[in-house]
Write a protein that binds this ligand. Structure first.
Ligand code: ADP
Length: 502
């Protein structure tokens, strides 16, 4: 069998059925074609072949969806639901994600390229857990009672309190690296808070967001509460950012587009939260447990083909163990099985698209031309599909292009640490500040280092340890706001102060 029929044969019946039908937009509880009638192709990055088509939503469709979301927010069933009813709906959605886990994992792998086992046991499991965590918050969003003085009102007693109210209609724009999980990250807290949403998945990976839309309807969310518009960034995404009915924009994606969206959203003083790029440092100390640190640092970068905003793409290793660690990572990289994501034995799938593959290969080329040396990888794999070898560079200088810019691929640049006092400066030598990890058995040292690292998350003896209860977001050019945990409700609520004389 050729690669294409191989891929199709690995899909279960449910996934096959889903992609065999043309995909429409979810607006006001109905599946409709784009107003323009246009569609665009869904490409399998393992074969570079079209596997289906989805509606190409643009301004006209966003307008309909935003108005539907406004109606659903202001009137009808949704605003009158009690918190516990919102909680139940989110749990129901999580149940449905679990019940359809294999199909969702296969669709994710087909669309994004990621290993199906990762999708099944990582993305899909986390999606359900995330929705459940957010479901619990629906009943726990609370204001406070506040003792006020009001000294200029001579006589009187007062009762003052705050209410946390849903921010309104949320436009949520997500990237292609964790399409389903990102969709859940976005809609979960918004729905828990009582908002309504218009979700715009990335054009490279629309499938699972559409399936999640179907599941949301099946779960019983009232019409207009969850709308899904597939389409391109500047058209569908841009229209969402500018739409007057949208109160808040939540964006995850590149820093370049995030800045543009932030500026455009601010023109109408929309609330905006941005989760952007990274160039996260991984610091390996000589006293680390290297049995743990070597595979840990390797997976910090190679997980999800390096297409992770917190990918550990800058590796700093104490000189004494530099060769051992970098050679260990190179050996790890060389034995990883590269192949189509739907093959259950695959560890490294293709990158999401040809464009991304070319971009990553250009960065690798820039590394070679600037004099770095690849201990492993450095090439694409095969003639078809968007595959790139897991790569590690040594002989790296801090000013090299591939060290400074986010690659979003399986490429790590290793530098030696000669002076431990320089670690904060080395780790912080980037415009980004999303994640960082430190590998060491000296926890006193680690705890003295953590406050000096400018990153939204620091992991110790681990990397990419994400949990819905832990706030997540970036310092510097990595974004604005914290998603997850209690913190995310700062993004999805307005605080109203109430003061009365009694
Ligand atoms: P990447 O570089 O990872 O593809 P992008 O930041 O370009 O990330 O895309 C992330 C999301 O932002 C996608 O859903 C994309 O369609 C959307 N997007 C891209 N450009 C714009 C734009 N000008 N306005 C609104 N959304 C956009």
């Amino acid at each position: 069998m050729d690669a294409i029929s191989d891929q199709r044969a690995r899909l279960g019946d449910a996934a096959k059925k889903f992609i065999s039908q043309p995909k429409k937009l979810l607006i006001d509880g109905l599946w409709v074609e784009a107003a323009s009638g246009k569609t665009f192709a869904v490409i399998d990055p393992a074969t570079n072949k079209e596997v289906g088509r989805v509606a190409e939503g643009d301004k006209a469709d966003v307008d309909k969806a935003a108005k539907a979301a406004r109606r659903a927010f202001e009137s009808g069933e949704w605003p009158s639901l009690r918190p516990m009813q919102r909680e139940r709906l989110l749990h129901k959605l999580a149940d449905l994600v679990e019940a359809n886990a294999d199909e969702l994992a296969q669709l994710e792998s087909l669309d994004n390229g990621k290993p199906v086992m990762m999708a099944r046991h990582g993305d899909v499991v986390m999606t359900a857990e995330f929705l459940r965590y957010m479901a619990g918050w629906a009943t726990k969003i609370e204001g406070s009672t506040i003792d006020v003085s009001l000294s200029y009102v001579p006589q009187g007693q007062f009762f003052a309190y705050t209410r946390k109210e849903p921010v309104g209609v949320c436009g949520q724009i997500i990237p292609w690296n964790f399409p389903l999980l990102m969709a859940a990250w976005k809609i979960g807290p918004a729905l828990a808070a009582g908002c309504t949403v218009v979700l715009k998945p990335a054009e490279q990976t629309p499938l699972t967001a559409l399936r999640l839309g179907e599941l949301a309807m099946e779960a019983g969310f009232p019409k207009g509460v969850v709308n899904v518009i597939t389409g391109f960034g500047p058209t569908a995404g841009g229209a969402l950012v500018e739409h007057p009915e949208v109160d808040k924009i939540a964006f995850t994606g590149s820093t370049e587009i995030g800045k543009l969206i932030g500026v455009n959203a601010m023109k109408n003083l929309k609330r905006v939260s941005l989760e952007l790029g990274g160039k996260s440092p991984v610091v390996v100390m000589a006293d680390a447990d290297l049995e743990q640190a070597i595979p840990g640092a390797a997976m910090a970068i190679y997980f999800n083909q390096g297409q992770v905003c917190t990918a550990g793409s800058r590796l700093f290793v104490e000189r004494k163990v530099f060769d051992k660690v970098t050679e260990g990572i190179a050996a790890f990289a060389k034995q990883m099985k590269v192949g189509p994501g739907l093959d259950p034995s695959t560890q490294v799938g293709p990158l999401v698209s040809q464009e991304q593959q070319e971009r990553v290969l250009r960065y690798i080329q820039s590394g070679f031309s600037e004099g770095a040396k690849a201990l492993a990888g450095g090439k694409k794999v095969g003639a078809t599909g968007c595959f790139v070898e897991p790569t590690i560079f040594v002989d790296v200088k801090p000013d090299m292009k591939m060290v400074r810019e986010e690659i979003f691929g399986p490429v790590v640049c290793a530098q030696a640490i000669d002076d431990v006092s320089q670690i904060p400066a080395m780790a912080n030598d980037t415009i980004y500040g999303l994640g960082a990890s430190v590998w060491s058995t000296n926890l006193n040292f680690v705890h003295r280092l953590i406050p000096k690292i400018k990153a939204g998350t620091v992991w110790v003896n681990g990397h990419n340890l994400l949990d819905p209860a832990l706030p997540f977001g970036g310092y510097k050019n990595s974004g604005i706001g914290r998603e997850m945990g209690r913190a995310v409700f700062d993004l999805y609520t307005e605080t109203k102060s109430v003061c009365m004389t009694v």
